[in-house]
Design a protein around this ligand. Structure first.
Ligand code: FES
Length: 308
């Protein structure tokens, strides 16, 4: 589907909002939690779609943080101007609002606020109990904070790392009867999941979506993957994922989100030490080192032998 960029609006120093028009004849129904996959000049990138109250969805709106140390996708987006056309490959939803019975806590770290805006709007329209918690570095980096405060009043909570940091432990341990939807960087998601596990909140009540951690991307090193069934050795470069390297070598594997949060690419590990960077596996699965998500996770050892 070809999308035409209608407008770009700067929200903070690093974050801009992109508003695309969809073709009149396109089928593009989407719900809260959905993301669109765009073919940018730096490759395929996913962005979570935003809807405000009383809006229809004949547009695709999302916000992108320009990551100068990232892999280039966000920078490519920030070069776009009104009238530019870009190809959208898919609209998917790996982060659906599924818990209908519990009160809900939406927890965002930084640009992870974007899918949670659509969720909060949907819950608000359905008159369902929810709280929206939004943690950012400082007031200048808090995109949409004014709009969210006006819309949701005391259901909206803003935390600033420099003056009023979030108390994740307090938030989770005092709300064990809630379902959680969390979107943010790996550190926040892992901390929240670990607290939830310790507090005996069932894993089925913790829903997460990951935003890539660019600090980790910078530390990537190359390694090798051995395919157990054939003995073939595939080199994974520092700027490649295991899936990308396998595909380049002609090996077909199953995957979907490529962000470490859908679970589809789980692969058994026969030897070697994975460097887990997903948010799907439980702590016990990670510690076992017998399974890994090959879309995002890498290797601590020079070679991994995978059951492929
Ligand atoms: S493709 Fe979704 S976790 Fe790997």
């Amino acid at each position: 589907m070809k999308l035409t960029l209608k407008s770009v609006q700067k929200l903070t120093d690093q974050i801009s909002e992109f508003n695309f028009e969809t073709p009149a004849d396109a089928s593009h129904a989407w719900a809260a939690g959905s993301h669109v996959e765009l073919e940018t000049s730096a490759g395929l990138r996913s962005y979570s779609l935003i809807r405000w109250p009383n809006e229809n969805i004949n547009h695709f709106r999302f916000a992108v943080k320009c990551e100068h140390s990232g892999a280039g996708g966000s920078q490519a987006m920030h070069t776009l101007r009104g009238g530019d056309v870009i190809n959208a490959k898919n609209v998917r939803n790996n982060f659906e609002l599924v818990d209908q019975t519990y009160p809900i806590i939406l927890l965002a770290g930084g640009i992870g606020i974007t899918p949670l805006i659509s969720m909060a709007v949907e819950l608000h329209e359905q008159d369902r109990p929810f709280q929206l918690h939004y943690a950012v570095r400082n007031a200048e980096s808090a995109a949409y904070a004014t709009e969210l405060q006006q819309l949701f009043g005391d259901r909206f909570h803003l935390y600033l790392d420099d003056t009023n940091p979030i108390d994740l432990n307090g938030l989770i341990t005092t709300n064990t009867d809630h379902a959680f939807y969390i979107c943010g960087p790996l550190g926040m998601i892992n901390a929240a999941r670990s607290l939830a596990e310790n507090t005996k909140i069932p894993a089925s009540k913790i829903h997460v979506e990951l935003f890539a951690n660019t600090e980790i991307e910078n530390e990537n090193t190359p390694f090798e993957v051995e395919i157990a069934s054939t003995g073939q050795i595939v080199s994974v470069a520092a700027n490649q994922t295991i899936i990308e390297a396998l595909e380049e070598a002609g090996v077909d594997v199953m995957f979907d989100c490529q962000r470490g949060d859908c679970g589809i690419c789980a692969t058994d590990v026969i030897a070697g030490a994975p460097d887990h960077r997903d948010v799907v596996l439980s702590e016990a699965e990670r510690n076992s080192n017998r399974v890994m998500q090959i879309c995002v996770s890498r290797a601590l050892s020079e070679r991994l032998v995978l059951d492929l």
